[in-house]
Unconditional design. Structure first.
Length: 95
């Protein structure tokens, strides 16, 4: 492996791990505020968590999208129900 290839590999690895770390911080922040939110706001947080976990853990992303779907049906929020179903379709396509 040449020197140029090694440098390129290191640079790409730094970008990859920086992105994961930033995503983890965002997820941790969402998990921290979740208990403080109202019912409708919790649905939005669940949808954001589903997006956040999309690249990290597809099963966890599906879990949060399903939770958002259940809550949106419970509180009759059609828009969030649509968003959750749409996300579930995307996630299942990726599986």
């Amino acid at each position: 492996m040449g020197t140029c290839t090694r440098y390129l590999f290191v640079i790409l690895a730094c970008f990859f791990f920086t992105g994961i770390t930033a995503q983890r911080r965002k997820i941790d922040s969402l998990l921290r505020v979740l208990p403080q939110k109202s019912d409708t706001a919790k649905i939005r947080v669940y949808l954001k968590l589903a997006n956040g976990y999309r690249r990290l853990s597809l099963d966890t992303a599906i879990h949060y999208a399903l939770t958002a779907l259940e809550q949106s049906k419970k509180y009759k929020h059609i828009r969030y129900e649509y968003d959750a179903v749409f996300k579930l379709g995307d996630f299942n396509r990726e599986k």
